[in-house]
Design a protein around this ligand. Structure first.
Ligand code: SF4
Ligand code: SF4
Length: 303
């Protein structure tokens, strides 16, 4: 339901703060606001429920101006059991929370008189929207690396026609440099879908247009072979998440980790390699460990 009268905030800053306060109440871990960017939207959008391609101009109920990006956390100890069905459960839980918050935020905006549509992985690509909203940086594993939780987050978003709002700015905290020397996700990837090379403008794994039709071409990033990843999920009879579990940024929020991360922005390559080795030494990011699955089923005694 859309309110007849539009609520007017005093300033764009107040509007941004109010939206983020509502997102926090609904359970968001992080929330960022950015302009809608056609480069990151699927076009046309395929609606599987009616088996039809939809156009933004003819079928979408309004012209989106702003995208509000929401993040929720996936459980650390459950994701540590990658690749297993447990990580599917943590991922599903993350999806459920993320879309619930996006739905609530959509209702919040509509009741202020603004058009809004909630979106999960549909309509547009979450990673570049989250990066543009200042929530993280694109990593080698193709995911958004956040300062506190690494890639261990689920992202949803809200498209709205509300635009009198202060937009967040994209920012860096050294991920692109760290990824060059780290490669733990690439080494841990059972399908070798993740590149070991440097960022490129085009996929390096294939130049066959029939194979790379789904790639985001013309974007400087780590191009990974999503089809290899999807094949492993089918072969594994479940998903995977090794590239989330192995990432050194995926850690509980201990103060000494944050200290290391803070130094990361100015640290040179050899220091990054040392930090990666220290992470391994402390036992973080281990994958394919059956004990972690067994340990999960004992966690109930802590509550
Ligand atoms: S989910 Fe698994 S198979 Fe897919 S890219 Fe990540 S590590 Fe590789
Ligand atoms: S595991 Fe290392 S290389 Fe991969 S995304 Fe995380 S920091 Fe980057």
């Amino acid at each position: 339901m859309l309110a007849e009268n539009k609520y007017r905030f005093n300033t764009p800053k107040e509007a941004a703060l109010s939206i983020k306060s509502a997102a926090r109440l609904f359970g968001a871990l992080r929330c960022g606001i950015t302009k809608r960017d056609r480069r990151w939207d699927y076009d046309p959008v395929y609606d599987a429920s009616i088996e039809r391609e939809l156009s933004w101009e003819k079928d979408f109920p309004f012209e989106p101006k702003t995208v509000i990006v929401i993040m929720t956390e996936m459980d650390f100890l459950t994701m540590a059991a990658a690749p297993s069905w447990l990580t599917d459960a943590a991922t599903g839980d993350g999806y459920a929370n993320a879309i619930k918050i996006a739905g609530q935020l959509t209702m919040f905006l509509r009741q202020l008189g603004y058009q809004a549509v909630a979106s999960m992985n549909d309509l547009g690509i979450n990673a570049p929207y989250a990066a543009a909203a200042g929530l993280g940086e694109g990593g080698r594993n193709g995911q958004v690396i956040t300062p506190k939780y690494g890639p261990r987050v689920r992202i949803s978003k809200v498209y709205t026609d509300f635009e009198s709002v202060e937009y967040d700015k994209a920012r860096t905290f050294g991920v692109a440099d760290f990824c060059k020397n780290c490669k733990r996700c690439a080494v841990s990837c059972p399908s070798q879908a993740i590149t070991h090379g440097d960022p490129t403008w085009e996929p390096a794994y294939s130049s066959d247009p029939d194979y790379i039709w789904n790639a985001s071409r013309g974007v400087l990033k780590f191009h990974n072979d999503a089809k290899k990843c999807a094949k492993f999920w089918i072969d594994n009879d479940g998903s995977c998440a090794n590239c989330i579990c192995a990432c050194p940024y995926n850690k509980p929020d201990f103060w000494h980790h944050r200290l290391v991360d803070a130094g990361n922005v100015i640290a040179p390559g050899p220091v990054h390699s040392f930090m990666r080795e220290m992470d391994i030494l402390f036992g973080y990011g281990k994958v394919n460990d059956p004990d972690r699955v067994k340990n999960f089923w004992k966690l109930g005694k802590s509550i």
